[in-house]
Design a protein around this ligand. Structure first.
Ligand SMILES: *Cc1c(COP(=O)(O)O)cnc(C)c1O
Length: 227
């Protein structure tokens, strides 16, 4: 069940703050997506390739699809023709594959580097050191990587009630974003996205500098994975 009142007030307040709302529709039916689309929502997030491909085929073509899950290199080709932003690049190999598939489709694919900020072992992402390593590879091969734009960073905070910890983790991610901008992307207008914040912590994330939040359950209700 879509919570249209929540969407309306959230979309309004985020627009005032220049924060992009990505409605995370994973596991939810196309009818729910269409309902938010009809209200004006255009950015939707999914985290399974097959589910995304099936939904993209039947929904309006001007939806901006965000791939927010862990992406395997051998699946990039399925979403390369249409994906708007890949949020979770966590290896140079994946970046190269996205570039290759973007070139085949004669387009530029926008990506974010996923940075590991949480105090949990289950979350994917690059450590600060790995971010620098990836950027060194990128710098060395920039001329070949013309079909991919690194537009910023994405991260997930620890799932905890401790708001100070969540805030500290988001502060850390925002610092990575600022440092990357200064060290590698000065003058590159496309490097402009700090994707952090979900249903439970988006207000803290925005305080810490987020300009893109990924919100699922608050809009679509709790997810059930058995159907
Ligand atoms: C599922 C998911 C979200 C949305 O989570 P909610 O708690 O439902 O808002 C955000 N980001 C990523 C990467 C996700 O996988």
């Amino acid at each position: 069940m879509v919570n249209t009142e929540v969407w309306t007030s959230l979309a309004t307040s985020l627009a005032q703050k220049n924060v992009t709302l990505v409605a995370v529709s994973k596991t939810k039916p196309v009818a729910d997506i269409q309902e938010l689309y009809d209200l004006g929502q255009r950015d939707f997030g999914e985290n399974y390739v097959q589910e995304l491909v099936e939904k993209q085929a039947v929904l309006p073509q001007d939806i901006r699809w965000h791939y927010i899950g862990h992406l395997q290199s051998n699946k990039v080709k399925f979403i390369a023709p249409f994906v708007h932003l890949v949020h979770a690049v966590d290896s140079f190999k994946l970046l190269q594959e996205i570039n290759k598939q973007a070139e085949k489709n004669n387009r530029i694919i926008n990506v974010l580097l996923q940075v590991f900020i949480a105090d949990e072992e289950t979350k994917f992402g690059l450590s600060n050191k790995e971010v620098i390593e990836l950027m060194d590879y990128y710098e060395a091969q920039k001329d070949e990587l013309r079909n991919v734009h690194i537009c910023g960073v994405m991260g997930m905070a620890t799932n905890t009630e401790d708001e100070q910890q969540v805030r500290a983790e988001f502060d850390q991610l925002f610092a990575v974003f600022t440092n990357l901008k200064q060290s590698y992307f000065l003058g590159k207008a496309y490097f402009n996205t700090c994707s952090m914040g979900m249903s439970s912590d988006y207000d803290i994330a925005i305080d810490a500098g987020s300009n893109m939040v990924r919100i699922g359950s608050m809009l679509f209700g709790a997810r059930s994975y058995n159907n």
